[in-house]
Design a protein around this ligand. Structure first.
Ligand code: X2X
Length: 339
């Protein structure tokens, strides 16, 4: 008998008037499962909004039995910190770029190869299909759990405080922040830039203090993290697509009863699809908004950048690292890469 029931009985409530067990929990009893979820996105970012919505639905549909508290905006630490918390089991869930995760599971960066994907149709076919399955397998083998639906992070564009990036030559010696990931560093080295690995939690201040001249991110991230306050130019380079993989600690996940797993998976995968739709139509609106906020846009020719990567041996290097089999799974969705 729960404390609430016994108090009510003491107060003379009849059994017929007692709420259903689930409702008792929803009205303030401690949930049976309490877990945390972290991300690196500002509160106003579609990720944070949709993750909170999923957590609210999970609480409601479990009648208060399963509570996930969402901590957006690096409140639990930067991505590298959150990943170690996730691995130790101190954090139950987080969304993380597969490229950053690749410091732990090397294969998970494969979808981020420069200029591999041209459009969302092929992105979703790949990450919902065999390419995603291959990545999820490698994550599972490493003691984490990767949910079926990957959340969108978007096609990435280069921003700058010093000069617009119009041609690959403009990247020569360019001090650019990249997330902590060998693939990102390698790609910008291939362009002849000087990349610095910095967690997203430190990007605003790194740009403000001019430790770096620029960074690269989808427009939604530039807008919601207010990077327009410390940047002047945006070049629509679309140099790669990135996603956020919803991850759980493997041991914690396996320890949950199947009905709880099913409820969580249904809602997190469903909210990932809602979040993808949030993204689908927003690039144009963000461009307008960022122009109003003082940013200058330009649209360089992507082919010139891709040719530099080919000549630098970038594609050969990464094909060898991932292996020909994994590479052919990627090419099944993208067509031939690096030729
Ligand atoms: O760190 C970034 O730039 C971000 C927010 O895009 C990722 O999480 C990869």
């Amino acid at each position: 008998m729960t404390g609430l029931i016994s108090r009510r009985l003491l107060l003379g409530t009849t059994a017929a008037m007692l709420p259903l067990p689930g409702l008792i929990r929803a009205r303030g009893d401690t949930p049976e499962f309490e877990m945390k979820m972290g991300n690196d996105n500002p509160m106003s970012h579609p990720n944070s909004i949709r993750q909170q919505e999923a957590a609210d639905r999970i609480l409601k549909e479990s009648n208060g039995r399963v509570k996930i508290s969402v901590f957006p905006n690096n409140q639990l630490g930067g991505d590298t910190d959150m990943l170690s918390q996730l691995r130790s089991g101190a954090l139950e869930f987080m969304t993380l770029s597969g490229l950053i995760l690749s410091t732990f599971t090397p294969l998970s960066s494969i979808y981020g190869i420069g200029y591999a994907f041209k459009d969302y149709k092929s992105v979703w076919a790949a990450v919902d299909g065999d390419l995603g399955n291959m990545i999820r397998d490698s994550i599972g083998k490493a003691g984490l759990y990767g949910f079926e639906k990957i959340w969108d992070n978007g096609f990435r564009q280069i921003s700058s405080s010093t000069h617009p990036i119009r041609t690959p030559d403009d990247l020569k010696g360019y001090k650019i922040r990249v997330p902590v990931s060998p693939l990102w560093t390698s790609m910008f080295e291939a362009f002849g830039a000087a990349p610095a690995s910095i967690n997203f939690s430190e990007v605003y201040s790194a740009l403000q203090t001019k430790i770096v001249e620029g960074q690269e991110n989808p427009l939604v991230n530039i807008e919601t993290a207010k990077l327009y306050e410390v940047q002047k130019y945006i070049s629509i380079t679309r140099h790669m697509w990135d996603g956020f993989i919803m991850l759980a600690n493997g041991r914690n996940w396996k320890g949950l009863p199947p009905d709880v797993q099913a409820l969580i998976a249904k809602n997190l995968n469903g909210s990932a699809e809602d979040q993808r739709n949030d993204y689908a139509s927003t690039d144009g609106a963000y461009r307008k908004q960022l122009i109003q906020q003082g940013m200058e846009f330009n649209d360089p020719d992507p082919e010139a950048f891709r040719q530099v990567l080919i000549k630098a041996g970038f594609y050969d290097k990464w094909k060898a690292k991932y292996g020909a089999d994994a590479w052919s799974v990627l090419e099944k969705y993208t067509g031939k890469i690096g030729t």
